[in-house]
Ligand binder design. Structure first.
Ligand code: S3P
Length: 430
């Protein structure tokens, strides 16, 4: 098992490109495979999670080639009905997005398929997609309580209006993808607006999609035009360096070409609320997504109260936000974030346990955390729980500790961000 040792080496300085967006990379593959004709995707994230999605479609007969440029992929879409049954179970690895979005596609197929995953994915709740997809007419079996593996017998779907009890882009996307195959209008509404990449990309594919507040409808059966797009940098990956620069004195960095989609940009709002010096430069649109260069300078942060709609807009950034809170003056209270308990690890429990090892007073709430900031973190021997975002967050925390900190079990970083350590070293003094 890999481990990474880190210590306070001084300020983070310079420019970097965040890796390509993970959510958008998954969707680019899925929609291109369902489109009729050749799609070209630039800046695709070659990391374990989106490669699971890509591999699943290859196994269902879709031709996917890498292009000449790094991160370029070329997909020969065969239309909505062009998939063939895979020869055996599809392994989704650690990727919840692969399993949940693929379920939406498989629910419509005239064959039976099985989706499996690693130990972490096997503990993640799938009832949230089983319920609507079953209502649409798919037959899905799971382990007791709605856990993987899933066996999906698809076909003959009917459109529904699904009122999701959770704000989840994975649930919303699974239902919308299944809706593409239905005859009529499928609608999903959710309690708060989750990331809208699926909607933006379906619209780029020419699908009849309507959005009204937190409600989205697609009309099927849809004919998708191929995609020609460039995936923007991932704000969720940029967030680690942004927090690193904020908490290490003397830092100043620019993260180039990063997605700032308003359904994802809660991290920027929260950090600004805490007193961060963050500026957006060169704001523009790339392939239907808002993008900017993000300039971040070391700042004295203060604790904040974080809840409500901000939570869903920053859902993946809470581990690193906890690190910012640990270094802020005063108390940070996070509530309404129960979803953190069912991510790649229980991120409330993981962050509470690991920050305590570094001397931080943390109280665990059922749906959040209370963190008392402190000036100096104590070096420690840290667990990642096999969760990429816990590993990277705690490496960032280690940059401000009094001595060497070791983070164990760091291979998981490759699920979303191969090259994380190289980029970090490039920003630190030699
Ligand atoms: C994702 C949606 C979010 C997020 C995950 C990626 C997506 O999950 O946490 O990392 O790509 O749709 P939920 O839909 O479970 O909130």
């Amino acid at each position: 098992m890999n481990r990474i040792s880190i210590k306070n080496k001084g300020p983070l300085r310079g420019e970097l490109h965040a890796p390509p967006d993970k959510s958008i990379s998954h969707r680019a593959v899925i929609l291109s495979c369902l489109a009729g004709g050749r799609s070209v995707i630039h800046n695709f994230l070659m990391a374990e999670d989106p490669l699971r999605t890509l591999d699943a479609f290859r196994r269902m007969g879709i031709d996917i080639q890498t292009g000449e440029q790094a991160g370029e992929i070329i997909i020969g879409g065969r239309g909505l009905w062009g998939l063939k049954a895979p020869d055996g179970a599809i392994d989704c690895g650690n990727s919840g997005t692969t399993m949940r979005l693929l379920s939406g596609v498989l629910a419509a197929q005239p064959f039976t398929s099985t989706l499996t995953g690693d130990a972490s994915l096997t503990r993640r709740p799938m009832q949230r997609i089983i319920t609507p997809l079953t209502e649409m007419g798919a037959r899905i079996t799971s382990e007791k309580g709605g856990y993987p593996p899933l066996k999906i017998t698809g076909g003959g779907l009917r459109p529904i209006h699904y009122r999701s009890p959770v704000a989840s882009a994975q649930v919303k996307s699974a239902v919308l993808l299944a809706g593409l195959f239905c005859d009529g209008v499928t609608t999903v509404s959710e309690p708060a607006k989750s990331r809208d990449h699926t909607e933006r990309m379906l619209s780029a594919c020419g699908v009849d999609i309507r959005i009204s507040g937190n409600e989205v409808s697609v009309r099927g059966p849809a004919a998708l035009r191929p995609l020609h797009m460039t995936v923007p940098g991932d704000l969720s990956s940029a967030a680690f360096f942004m927090v690193g620069a904020l908490i290490v004195a003397g830092s100043e960095i620019t993260v180039k070409n990063t997605g700032i989609n308003p359904t994802r940009s809660g991290i920027i709002d929260i950090l600004k609320m805490m007193g961060a010096d963050i500026r957006l430069e060169n704001e523009r649109e790339v392939s239907g997504e808002p993008v900017a260069d993000i300039r971040v300078k070391h700042s004295e942060l203060s604790g904040a109260e974080i809840g409500g709609d901000l939570v869903v807009r920053a859902i993946d950034e809470f581990p690193v936000l906890c690190v910012a809170a640990a270094k802020a003056r005063g108390r940070t209270v996070i509530t309404g974030a129960r979803e953190l308990r069912v991510k790649e690890s229980d991120r409330i429990a993981s962050m509470a346990a690991e920050l305590r090892k570094m001397g931080v007073a943390v109280e665990e709430l059922e749906d959040g955390l209370i963190i008392e900031g402190r000036e100096d973190l104590v070096s420690a021997d840290i667990e990642s729980y096999g969760d990429h975002r816990i590993a990277m967050s705690m490496i960032i925390a280690g940059l401000t500790a009094d001595n060497e900190t070791t983070v164990r079990d760091t291979e998981c970083v490759n699920t979303s961000f191969p090259g994380f350590m190289e980029i970090l070293q490039g920003l630190l003094p030699a």
